[in-house]
Design a protein around this ligand. Sequence first.
Ligand code: RBF
Length: 168
Amino acid sequence: MNTKKISLVGVFSAVALAVMFIEFPIFPAASFLKYDPSDIVALLVAIPYGISSGFTVIVIKDILYYLIKSGDIVGILMNIIAGFSFVFFAAKFWNKNRILAGSLATIVTTILMVAINAVVVPFYFKAPFSLYLKFLPWIIAFNLIKFGIDFVAVIPLTKYLDKVFRLD
Ligand code: RBF
């Protein structure tokens, strides 16, 4: 990492942390699933500076958010896993085709989170597996909407940032 990269990762981690405080549930029926726009910031770093820079932004903002606000280690770990998957697939294929990259990242991340939640929901709520099945439609819809919004938002923002910061 060169100096410019290190300072940009620092600045963007601060921005990602700030926007994470916006978080709110999309569906009242599954209020443990909360939308926040911080993965947009991580993807904006990952596209020009590499996937590991995006991962660093995610880890820094999530650790700080855990310490300052949430205190819920399971929720933070789920946020990190979903963010890693989304940023990995979106950034990897972004420059080939941003619509395909964003759609792929959204769908793969949704499938991954559906699978992980099959284990995590019963454990987290100390409830039988049937609770997961009850939440399943919300989990699918939440992840599709969250990461759908994120990748669509990144498209105009990359163009804007290119102009303002010359992020290349
Ligand atoms: N975040 C996601 O982006 N996708 C998920 O599928 C997801 N599942 C979660 C399941 C549980 C049981 C919890 C507690 C959190 C989950 N989260 C998920 C993270 C949540 O939306 C929020 O970002 C964190 O709880 C941080 O406040």
